[in-house]
Design a protein around this ligand. Sequence first.
Ligand SMILES: [Zn+2]
Ligand SMILES: [Zn+2]
Length: 160
Amino acid sequence: MIDGNKKSFGDLSTNFWKYEFRCPCNKCRRKKVRVSQLLTFKLEMLRIALGNKPVIILSGNRCPEENEKVGGHPNSAHVPKPIGEGADVKIKGVKPIDIGLAAEKIGGLRIGIAKWGVHLDIRPPSPSKFWVYVGKKIIYSAHIENTSLAKFYKIVMKGR
Ligand SMILES: [Zn+2]
Ligand SMILES: [Zn+2]
């Protein structure tokens, strides 16, 4: 480029790079990173919704071994089949619940709220749309409140 305004864009989408989604285990170092374009599109929307602050990918793709190691659900959206449909994210200065509420507005995402950030994936509710990681336990929304993340979160956090 000669205009001097050259911007570098990610190789997945405007702001996301494959390396950010790579399975961190040694075995996968050379494996192709596979991430759903719908997911990265929704992550771009999330970034815009929350003031264009960088969305930090804490976990993207995981091979089955890595998924087991980190205690992921056996049918986790992080494990590409054949593409990864989930990511754990955080945004500096934004509370996980606020990331979750913005993701709920974007729609088409399952949302797991944790202390470290938020799990997001594009899988349909099965049947839960939301969950909260409480220590090592996961509390699912299906039989509590499956229509509003704010209501569900309030119920779960009551007295905690
Ligand atoms: Zn791996
Ligand atoms: Zn996750």
